[in-house]
Write a protein that binds this ligand. Structure first.
Ligand code: PGA
Length: 268
């Protein structure tokens, strides 16, 4: 079933394999308990809960919960060879469903450019993973009125050469760089405005090629200082179909509260 919302926790460079196992099994229990008390069957649940742990935890958490999907934080676009320190798509097979691509920390600290991000998206798709493409503007770009042009440039370059069918398989995460790890989230209106822009860009791109079901466009998640406190208002916005959570995904109660806020939004 295609989810209507995704609540994803990006753990970045945090948690050992044992800590990851403990977190996921506790979260699993909490989700099961919640399903029981709310009398809801998980199979009809439109919310996908996704944890994106470090590579070193992927094998350990494999199969630890059928309620929680697992993603990788990155992958390399070659399948094997002399690429010290990189992770091939073949190594991720069977361990993850999703792969984060182009996170701003990869772009800024590790100097990943749109050309390699584009190759990584194609590689992920070829191997059956769902890429979560991260895009977003810097504070300087926002303040100089260049948010939309930055988003458009990133989407054009990162999606270059993808077929409509491939684009439909993606998830997009809008993460304004000035909001990541800063405690300063975009307001729900600021986020909605950009989500709508991204949605229109994708609709246009898909429609222009005359595909019949141009309605189905990728889910667009918001990321950047998402907390239990601000998640309900963000998720209530029309074009915000989930969140990509960093800091607050490391604490089980906070992450669980964010998932519960998404439940509330879907029940409204
Ligand atoms: P944050 O990180 O929630 O800590 O701001 C979000 C992200 O980088 O995905």
């Amino acid at each position: 079933m295609t989810p209507s919302y995704i609540i994803a926790g990006n753990w970045k460079m945090n948690k050992t394999p044992q800590e990851s196992i403990d977190f996921i099994s506790t979260l699993h229990e909490k989700l099961i308990l919640n399903d029981k008390t709310s009398n809801k069957s998980t199979s009809s649940n439109p919310i996908e809960v996704l944890i994106i742990p470090p590579f070193t935890s992927l094998f350990a958490v494999n199969n630890s919960s059928n309620q929680i999907k697992i993603g990788a934080q990155n992958l390399f676009y070659e399948e094997k060879g002399a690429y010290t320190g990189e992770i091939s798509p073949l190594m991720l097979k069977g361990l993850v469903d999703y792969v984060l691509i182009g996170h701003s920390e990869r772009r800024q600290i590790f100097k990943e450019d749109d050309i390699s991000i584009n190759k990584k998206i194609k590689t992920a798709l070829k191997h059956g993973f769902i890429p979560i493409l991260c895009i977003g503007e810097t504070l300087e770009e926002r303040e100089s009125g260049n948010t939309f042009s930055k988003i458009e440039n990133q989407l054009s370059a990162d999606l270059d050469g993808l077929t409509d069918e491939e684009i439909r398989k993606l998830v997009i995460a809008y993460e304004p760089i000035w909001a990541i790890g800063t405690g300063k989230n975009a307001t729900p209106d600021q986020a909605q405005e950009v989500h709508e822009f991204i949605g229109n860009f994708l609709m246009e791109k898909l429609k222009s090629k005359n595909f019949s079901d141009s309605q189905k466009v990728p889910l667009i998640l918001y990321g950047g200082s998402v907390t239990p406190q601000n998640s309900f208002d963000l998720l209530s916005k029309k074009n915000i179909k989930g969140v990509l959570v960093g800091g607050s995904s490391l604490k089980i109660d906070d992450f669980f509260d964010i998932i519960m806020n998404c439940y509330k939004v879907t029940m409204d």
